[in-house]
Design a protein around this ligand. Structure first.
Ligand code: ZN
Length: 286
């Protein structure tokens, strides 16, 4: 169940009857303005980017380009404590923009603590962003390097807030763990989406960057502590192809491939990116 091998056969991935536009390109930095300074002419924008909630105006928007050299090593940053229970997985659904794996967050069962976080944060959902081709797709970049996809594990602060909805708009409400996907060896756990969780826990290094940011989809709330793993996970070409074979459209509509569902880079402004590890010259080779 919920494998990536035959996405077209999965009815749950077509669960939401969302209509989409006639093809689209990623939203510009400031949706709604004339994209005169963009290299790409924005003709149509995905519906998720329409409406007042998609207009940023803050000072801590995401994603950003992480500059290895400019990030500041913080020896106070503890390793991130991760506890994921795959049995808390509820269902997978097609949001119309990406597919999302939802978890039961009524208990402390799955979540993270430590690292830059003062409280325990419960896992709410995870999802991916990816491109039409291998040359782009991740939201964050490292020294301008773009990865073909990026995994986001979204957690909320159940110590300060009653529920996820309240946490989205609250201070220190959310913590999102970002993991880059790069082309390489086949990632067997990814075939069964939920199995990726213990794998993330065991195989991904605990070196990370952290910075204060926002959601990368509307309402773009500036309530997110971002934790970006330094080490990417490897996936095979056909696994990325499985992502790209998903559809924005519903059965009966003209097919629109679900690709390029990432937000462009946002200005760092007056923010510092902290790292849990000391930068070395080998950084550029990662
Ligand atoms: Zn995301």
């Amino acid at each position: 169940m919920w494998t990536l091998s035959n996405p077209h056969e999965s009815t749950v991935l077509h669960r939401l009857p969302l209509r989409t536009g006639l093809g689209w390109t990623p939203a510009p930095h400031f949706p709604g303005t004339t994209p005169c300074d963009c290299a790409v002419t924005v003709t149509t924008v995905h519906p998720v980017w329409k409406g007042p909630a998609s207009v940023p105006g803050g000072t801590r928007q995401s994603p950003i380009n992480i500059r290895w050299r400019d990030s500041v090593y913080d020896p106070q940053l503890q390793p991130l404590g991760v506890s994921y229970n795959a049995e808390a997985c509820l269902y997978v659904w097609n949001t119309g923009y990406l597919f999302q794996v939802e978890f039961d967050d009524s208990t402390e069962g799955s979540g993270i603590s430590g690292g830059p976080l003062e409280n325990h944060y419960r896992l709410k959902q995870f999802h991916f962003h990816w491109g039409a081709v291998n040359e782009w797709g991740s939201e964050h970049t490292v020294d301008d390097r773009v990865y073909p996809a990026e995994l986001h594990l979204v957690h909320w602060n159940a110590v300060k807030y009653q529920n996820y909805t309240d946490a989205v708009t609250g201070a220190d409400g959310l913590a999102v763990v970002g993991v880059f996907l790069k082309l390489g060896a086949r990632h067997e756990e990814l075939q069964e989406l939920v199995a990726v969780l213990p794998d993330i826990k065991h195989k991904v290094s605990y070196d990370y960057w952290t910075y204060p940011g926002s959601l990368t989809t509307p309402p773009l709330s500036e309530s997110v502590t971002w934790i970006i793993h330094k080490k990417p996970i490897e996936v095979a070409q056909d696994q990325l192809a499985a992502f790209r074979s998903l559809l924005f459209s519903v059965p009966g509509e003209e097919e629109k491939m679900m690709v390029n569902n990432y937000r462009p880079l946002q200005p760092l402004m007056n923010r510092k990116v902290r790292s849990s590890f000391q930068a070395t010259h080998e950084g550029a080779r990662l």
